[in-house]
Write a protein that binds this ligand. Structure first.
Ligand code: SF4
Ligand code: SF4
Ligand code: FES
Length: 328
């Protein structure tokens, strides 16, 4: 059988400081039976021993071989070439993960990824518990709570595609929050309350923009965004926790739409950022913006603000949803 020729375009970068460029190779391979990692190994063994990439198990277990393949992060050992090359694609483009600095070619420095993981205290704590001397058994139902999050192989694909991590240095990332849920939901952990309070702070769940990229790329169905939502539910169920800016944002948006049918921006900033005149620092931070809005005639004064014609319907809809949530 004559094997087709496949063009492979690799990101090359000799060191952290070096400029990046692309180098193109051609291999003969069956795209249905050759993984992206097989292609890289073939190039390294037959054409260019200098290309740098990580790999270990070749079986989607160790998480070492995560990289960007035709614009999407994933495990090179898990993807056959035919899976990642669409009908329009003429080449297989392989790049290092995003959101982490490149060390060489496809190898990234994962220090920040690990540091962020440690920020959620990723270990089950039994410090103040009386632990039996025999096994600490869990029921199948208790174990099932952890199943999805426990699948994580810490490959970094989700972090690489995370929009929040791309713009925020403080956001810990989807992998860390999936692990946060993993330990928080473990019935053997004795620090649940402390954890919920911590994950309510800035840099944790409320910084996620809910872009769904992490759910899309995770190779082992951890679905980090769903885990983030589960943590949010725990936070919202605790009325004693301080309302973060993100929570006020969410609550205020619904309340304003309920009242007026749309959002009155002049109230929105004061309530959310200024915490209803309680947060002086927050108020001062939006003061320059407010002044610019006034000067440019963009400030909707209360007497100018018109409710939407559909305000009663919006209110009825929001109340019906709240009622339905109570029933279910
Ligand atoms: S959550 Fe999924 S994508 Fe993210 S590090 Fe874990 S296994 Fe990889
Ligand atoms: S859904 Fe949130 S955590 Fe997941 S990739 Fe998007 S911003 Fe990041
Ligand atoms: S080499 Fe281990 S996950 Fe790909």
């Amino acid at each position: 059988m004559t094997l087709p020729s496949i063009t492979v375009k690799l990101h090359r970068q000799a060191s952290r400081q070096a400029d990046a460029n692309y180098q193109t190779y051609t291999i003969k391979a069956n795209p249905d039976r050759t993984t992206v990692l097989d292609a890289l190994i073939k190039i390294q063994e037959e054409q260019d021993g200098s290309i740098g990439f990580r790999r270990n198990c070749r079986n989607a277990i160790c998480g070492s071989c995560a990289m960007r393949i035709n614009g999407r992060s994933g495990l090179a050992c898990q993807k056959h070439i035919s899976e990642v090359m669409g009908a329009q694609d003429t080449e297989l483009v392989i790049e290092p993960m995003h959101n982490l600095p490149v060390i060489k070619d496809l190898i990234v420095d994962m220090t920040k990824f690990w540091d962020n993981l440690h920020k959620v205290d990723p270990y089950v704590s039994t410090a103040s518990r009386q632990i039996s001397k025999t096994e600490y058994l869990q029921t199948p139902a208790q174990r099932a709570q952890l199943q999805a999050a426990a699948n994580c192989i810490l490959c970094g694909s989700c972090y690489s595609e995370c929009n929040a991590a791309a713009v925020s240095d403080r956001f810990v990332g989807p992998h860390a929050l999936a692990k946060a849920y993993r330990v928080m939901a473990d019935n053997r952990d004795d620090r649940t309350e402390e954890r919920v309070a911590k994950y309510n702070e800035s840099g944790f769940v409320w910084d996620c923009t809910r872009c769904y990229n992490c759910n899309e790329v995770c190779p082992v169905e951890v679905q980090p965004l769903d885990r983030i939502s589960q943590i949010k539910h725990e936070i919202l169920a605790n009325p004693d926790l301080p309302k973060s800016t993100a929570q006020r944002h969410r609550h205020t948006m619904v309340e304003l739409v309920k009242e007026d049918g749309w959002i009155d921006e002049s109230k929105f900033g004061v309530i959310v950022v200024g915490d209803n005149f309680r947060d002086l620092k927050g108020l001062l931070s939006i003061f320059p913006l407010g002044m610019r809005m006034v000067l440019r005639g963009k400030m909707p004064y209360p007497w100018q603000f018109q409710k939407s014609a559909g305000a009663p319907e919006a209110k009825a809809l929001i109340e019906a949803i709240a009622e339905a949530k109570k029933i279910h």
